[in-house]
Design a protein around this ligand. Structure first.
Ligand code: ASP
Length: 309
């Protein structure tokens, strides 16, 4: 049996000063651990990396604390538009959805795009039509209502500004969720899900559902899930860039991840982080913000659950 491992994130950045209480910190860590344990149990039982990343992201989508699924932020029209993607490093198959509403677990729909359609990326009304054809239940807006997120939105409603999750400053906190895993067969996978940015409009889409930008997996190199200022992560083609540095420059997982997060993305003004695994079960979790909600567990007994540096 080979080493197996799982890493998850609930977004880079930190809560605005004064908002993080010991109680809230405990809740964040509790929800991270629940998702981590669920995925680790899958891997322990010999299930695939794809299954593990999907189950981890599902748990995080069901938590109101993170900006994905239930906890998604409000758009300029007081709705929720969610994006998600998943990729299988063994086959290089991928699935993604964008601008979807009312779907409890966008990551499951992304997986269905990968496995039950001929396509990779479905968006908006078409993606919703696909969900209906697969008999997905459509949740009422009240399922996604959260007083805190609604307040965040009311503060900037009607203005041209948009905001990353939890922030008073545009760039201080991102709440996207993601998971990467290496299974007992040495196959790796990545999954990412987000509600995007508060008050977003014009069909704005970030890096999270874009294969190569916010999410990527290839057994030959790495599986990556990103969080951060999506516009920069798209321009940096961040997830694929890590893979390229490993493939073409022979860098290790840690070296390539650090190069991209601590140098390349910073040099164009992007902030955030990523989680990464390779097919040997190694893990890297670099970020250039004050913190990143993150957790990981490996078959050789290492477990980390952390928020700040
Ligand atoms: N990357 C996400 C986006 O730009 C935001 C986040 O990481 O929270 O949509």
């Amino acid at each position: 049996m080979k080493n197996f491992s799982i890493a998850i994130h609930g977004g880079a950045g930190t809560l605005v000063k004064g908002m993080m209480t010991p109680k809230l910190e405990t809740q964040y860590k509790h929800d991270l651990k629940t998702a981590l344990d669920a995925a680790y149990t899958f891997l322990e039982k010999g299930r695939t990396a794809i299954e593990a990343v999907e189950v981890a992201v599902k748990f995080l989508e069901d938590s109101p604390l993170f900006n994905a699924g239930k906890g998604s932020v409000f758009t300029a029209t007081e709705s929720h538009e969610m994006d998600a993607s998943i990729m299988d490093g063994k086959t290089l198959n991928a699935g993604a959805v964008s601008l979807i509403t009312g779907i409890k677990n966008p990551i499951c729909l992304a997986r269905d795009v990968m496995e039950r359609s001929e396509h990779v990326f479905l968006a908006g009304e078409g993606a919703m039509q696909f969900a209906k054809e697969l008999s997905y239940e459509i949740e009422k807006p009240s399922y996604f209502y959260d007083e805190f997120r609604h307040k965040q939105w009311l503060e900037i409603k009607g203005t041209d500004s948009f905001q990353l999750d939890h922030s008073t400053k545009k760039d201080s906190k991102f709440g996207t969720v993601g998971a990467v895993a290496c299974d007992q067969e040495g196959n790796i996978a990545a999954a990412t899900s987000t509600g995007g940015m508060t008050n977003k409009k014009w069909g704005r889409v970030g890096d999270s559902p874009m294969i190569g930008a916010g999410n990527y997996a290839n057994n030959a190199t790495c599986a990556i899930s990103c969080t951060g200022s999506g516009e920069f992560f798209i321009r940096g083609v961040v997830a694929y860039d890590v893979s390229c540095l490993m493939e073409h420059r022979g860098m290790s997982l840690q070296e390539a991840s650090d190069e991209v997060i601590q140098k390349r993305i910073l040099s164009i003004g992007g902030d955030g982080g990523l989680i990464a695994v390779d097919a040997k079960g190694n893990i890297a979790m670099p970020f250039n913000t004050e913190g990143m909600y993150r957790a990981c567990k490996t078959s050789n007994g290492k477990e980390t659950i952390a928020i700040y540096k």
